[in-house]
Design a protein around this ligand. Structure first.
Ligand code: PRT
Ligand code: ZN
Length: 289
């Protein structure tokens, strides 16, 4: 489809699909129903979405079939495609770890020497071994890596972990972290040569940044006694000066502030103790700093 639209590759069906679509909608993109289609267009932005297997996305972006893509950083790095990672997207977080049978007591990395380690990420693991001067045998397996030790194919594994439940189910435990990953936006290295597409990309990135800023912040509203203002200002994170408004009751003020989402539960007791009441915490959809 040659129409000058920016082409964004996203995972067709998997752990990143729903959150990627959610992010694009929060960016204000009106996207056609995408079930069972390979390509769909945004109705209000010059953007085509290509739905692909995640493993294919880095190469398609490298070759220019797509201009940009959303993929796990683990996949972007493993595929060694010549693309640029331009933004971490804050979802799809996981870790690539080396795990060993529960009964094994290994303490040091050099105890991996001479062992057989099963993984679907041979390149990342081989880099890790290189950096740590470990001489172990990498057994490449695609899928169900966690059963390799019980099948006797490998001594240990190196696999993606998020909750850790799969390791537990297979009587394995984490030994060491190899790579931390989350969904990233990757980009074809020559995109700047097409100035119109590059403009569209810059606009999309600004929208994504605004959506990500908003996701990590909340709008806090509360009423406080006038006399508590100095104390309340000390409790509030010093990101921005809060908005302070008079109330009908002249001994009281309304205070509004943007705060990091995860900070609310840390400061709400202190705010109450200082005399704050009627606390309201409101999600923010977009935020341009
Ligand atoms: O079909 P396609 O090839 O597109 O998808 P896929 O099956 O290869 O990938 P998918 O959808 O499973 O994962 C896409 C991306 O999500 C990965 O590349 C990671 O960046 C990210 N991600 C986040 C994860 C996990 N969390 C995750 N838990 N990818 C895989 N897992 C698997 C892991 O391999 C293991 O089998 O989940 C299991 C462990 O999970 P816990 O929660 O039990 O620890
Ligand atoms: Zn895959």
């Amino acid at each position: 489809m040659i129409n000058g639209n920016l082409k964004l590759a996203v995972q067709k069906s998997g752990r990143l699909t729903e959150k990627s679509m959610q992010l694009l909608r929060t960016c204000g993109l009106d996207i056609e129903n995408y079930s069972d289609r390979l390509i769909v267009s945004a109705r209000n932005f010059d953007l085509d979405l290509l739905f692909l297997r995640d493993d294919d996305i880095p190469e398609y972006v490298q070759d220019g079939v797509a201009d940009i893509g959303i993929v796990g950083e683990n996949v972007a790095v493993e595929k060694e495609a010549d693309v640029e990672i331009i933004k971490k997207l804050g979802y799809g977080k996981c870790r690539l770890v080396i795990a060993v049978p529960e009964e094994k007591n290994i303490m040091n990395l050099d105890e991996l020497n001479g062992k057989r380690i099963a993984t679907s990420y041979p390149k990342i693991l081989s880099n890790f071994f290189g950096n740590n001067k470990i001489d172990a045998k990498i057994i490449q397996i695609n899928g169900s890596v966690e059963i390799a030790p019980s099948l006797g194919i490998a001594d240990y594994i190196c696999d993606i972990v998020s909750t850790g439940n799969t390791l537990k189910l297979n009587k394995l435990k984490k030994f060491t972290n190899v790579f931390d990953s989350e969904a990233v936006l990757i980009c074809n290295k020559n995109i700047e040569q097409d100035s119109e597409k590059f403009m569209k990309l810059k606009n999309l990135i600004a929208r994504i940044e605004s959506a990500l800023n908003a996701r990590t912040s909340k709008y806090l509203m509360m009423n406080i006694p006038k006399t508590a203002l100095a104390q309340i200002r000390e409790i509030l994170p010093a990101l921005k000066s809060p908005t302070i408004l008079p109330l009908a009751d002249e001994t009281m003020l309304a205070v509004h502030a943007v705060i990091p989402s995860d900070m609310f539960w840390q400061i709400q007791d202190d705010l109450h103790e200082a005399g704050a009441s009627g606390l309201l915490l409101i999600p923010i959809e977009n935020m341009i700093l």
